[in-house]
Design a binder for this molecule. Structure first.
Ligand code: BDP
Length: 643
């Protein structure tokens, strides 16, 4: 039986849709003298399509009228995952289409002024989205962690008296060709399962939260507008170099004024060319947190566009710019030509009630915890995080390994052409969105794929080459857990990133194996590839409050000892070719239910509510010690500060 919960109508839509084409820019929406932003966060009407084939919404065209007229709706906050909002287990574990709707009052002058572009933007929605405005489809998008948008000006001008009704249908079904992949399995034995019973299988270790996860908003631009900006930075002695390109839409002839300003808004360089190199004398470089006393220094690149043919309207967009370089040698990771050691964390976008929904209090708390810990970096395991988070990283000097949603690529059918094509398109979207963030220093194209399978070589060779083509300025990696001798993709990466769980998934309970096995791991990988290595994951579950001495698995003491034994080996190897260590995980997080998970993964050094376990203090002491040894502490901290 292969019914699937992708309704027939989606198949039809797929034929005519063009997915993930990167033919325009994806600048973060911002207010300026020429642009307005209207946030549509708050309560939306919501209805899950619980019909057996999940297709009733399309059969009855729920987008054509108000959702409340099609049947019962409930309040749903945006942004948030819908899973943990109600008491209904069938919504928590729902697979298929859910429908969101909201009516918006559009400012009259946006409607009246034909020269205003009105753009609807969704920060992200998991996994597949279709968007209608007043019953007319305006866009669809595949992929759960990246933004998409549609120009809706002409639609709202059609009948200025009707309110603007936005309908978004979101389907969280994962198949062998989605990223991440999954499968739908129907259980047809009626002596065991009820009629229509199916499960969504996934091959990754976090809850498949779904819904509208990031802000939805309307923003305006003039008809002639700055569509995209790309900056690449460098420096020579004291002179910073900002190579930039501006792409303009909606004007045949346009005049540009590009101004680079320092923090005090003083102009340090300017130009009127669409692309060029701005020279900054006495440059202030962008430095990571704990590497310099003034980390995260940002200039502002103001782009002012005057279209000759557009009633002299201007468009103004200001991009934050950090001037820094990234280079990799066979043993080092260099930022501004100085060795950088990653002492950081792996995270998840995950918290109580809101699931993967963007939440400012949580974001700011997490940054405060990372700084408290002395972490200088994190990896966006296992998907791209909100742009708002990357902007924080730019400002605070937190270094990021930016990972795409290529997690759980374990089935050989997910190495086929359709999967690869989609994976390449996702990298296009990711690089387009994140290319200008100084905090982003490396792309990760996948986590723990079955890299030993024969098709992996062609797959990763193509994927990594493509990514380097999109961005020649940053190293590219994928995260491996496979045997160094059988890994097919490793020859193509710039940095080897290895996950290992000695004395946890292997030799459980035997802490004494860690020194020898970890040493062997490093020697083997380095011996074969002569590339720098990051321990991209290591750790152990600890149920907070569980204690034992001698240490036993799942206690706080056991987690402590695992960390300490790993650290001893890192301390030997970081003098050679190990360039970083990222703990798994920053905080406990929700997973699917299963016999190895006790209400989620407990490898956090903080609980899901962001309270420290004993391991957080071990890590804190270590990270500040490393910072003291390798970097420059900010003036307000004095090691051992508040240990
Ligand atoms: C690693 C995965 C990560 C898991 C972790 C674990 O990359 O997603 O959560 O194992 O099992 O292999 O805790």
């Amino acid at each position: 039986e292969n019914r699937g919960v992708w309704p027939g109508v989606l198949g039809a839509l797929c034929l005519c849709a063009v997915f993930n084409t990167v033919d325009s820019g994806m600048l973060f929406p911002q207010e300026s003298s020429s642009r307005e932003v209207k946030e549509l966060n708050g309560l939306w009407d919501f209805r899950a399509d619980k019909s057996p084939n999940r297709n009733q919404g399309f059969e009855r065209a729920w987008y054509k009228s108000r959702l409340a007229e099609t049947g019962p709706v409930i309040d749903m906050p945006v942004p948030a995952s819908y899973n943990d909002i109600t008491q209904d287990p069938s919504l928590r574990d729902f697979t298929g289409w859910v429908w969101y709707e909201r009516e918006v009052v559009v400012p009259a002058r946006w409607v009246a002024d034909e020269g205003t572009r009105v753009v609807l933007r969704v920060g992200s929605a998991h996994y597949y989205s279709i968007v209608w405005v007043n019953g007319v489809k305006v866009t669809e998008h595949e992929g759960g962690h990246l933004p998409f948008e549609a120009e809706i000006g002409s639609l709202i001008r059609k009948d200025p008296t009707t309110p603007c009704r936005i309908t978004i249908a979101v389907n969280n079904t994962l198949t062998l060709k989605t990223l991440p992949p999954g499968t739908i399995q129907y259980m047809s034995d009626r002596t065991k399962y009820p009629d229509g019973f199916f499960v969504q299988n996934i091959y990754f270790d976090f809850f498949n939260y779904a819904g509208i996860h990031r802000p939805v908003l309307l923003y305006t631009t003039p008809k002639a507008y700055v569509d995209d900006i790309t900056v690449v930075t460098d420096f020579l002695d004291n002179t910073g170099l900002v190579k930039y390109t501006v792409s303009v839409q909606g004007a045949t002839t346009a005049t540009l004024k590009v101004t680079l300003m320092d923090k005090d808004r003083h102009c340090v360089a300017s130009s009127s060319d669409q692309s060029g190199v701005l020279k900054v004398v006495d440059v202030k470089l962008w430095w990571p947190y704990l590497m310099h006393e003034n980390p995260g220094y940002l200039y502002s690149l103001e782009v002012r566009l005057m279209a000759a043919d557009e009633r002299s309207t201007q468009d103004v967009y200001t991009l934050p710019v950090g001037i820094r370089t990234v280079n990799v040698t066979s043993t080092q990771f260099l930022i501004n030509n100085k060795p950088f050691y990653f002492h950081g964390v792996n995270k998840h976008e995950d918290s109580d009630i809101r699931g993967k929904g963007l939440d400012w209090p949580l974001i700011v708390k997490d940054f405060n915890l990372m700084k408290w810990l002395g972490a200088n970096s994190f990896r966006t395991s296992h998907y791209p995080y909100a742009e708002e988070i990357l902007q924080m990283c730019d400002r605070h000097g937190i270094v990021v390994i930016d990972e795409c949603p290529g997690v759980g690529i374990k089935d050989i059918r997910s190495f086929g052409n359709a999967s690869l094509t989609h994976h390449l398109a996702v990298m296009d979207e990711l690089v387009r969105r994140d290319k200008n963030h100084p905090s982003v220093v490396m792309w990760s194209v996948a986590n723990e794929p079955a890299a030993e399978m024969p098709p992996a070589e062609y797959y990763f060779k193509t994927l990594i080459k493509h990514t380097k083509g999109l961005d020649p300025t940053r190293p590219v990696t994928y995260i491996t857990d496979s045997n160094y001798a059988r890994d097919k993709g490793a020859p193509y990466v710039d940095v080897i990133c290895v996950n290992s769980y000695f004395s946890w998934y292997h030799d459980p309970g035997h802490l004494e194996v860690i020194p020898i096995q970890l040493n062997t791991q490093f020697e083997n990988w380095y011996g074969k590839y002569h590339k720098p290595i990051i321990q991209s994951e290591y750790g152990a579950d600890a149920v907070p409050g569980l204690h034992s001495d001698p240490p036993m698995m799942f206690t706080e003491e056991y987690q402590n000892v695992v960390l300490q034994k790993y650290h001893d080996v890192f301390d030997q190897k970081r003098k050679q070719y190990v360039i970083g260590e990222l703990i798994w995980n920053f905080a406990d997080f929700m997973t699917a239910q299963g016999i190895t998970r006790v209400v989620g993964n407990k490898k956090g050094v903080f609980t899901r509510q962001r309270q420290p376990k004993a391991a957080a203090f071990i890590l804190k002491e270590r990270y500040w010690r490393l910072a003291n040894e390798t970097g420059i502490l900010p003036p307000w901290t004095k090691y051992p500060c508040s240990l």
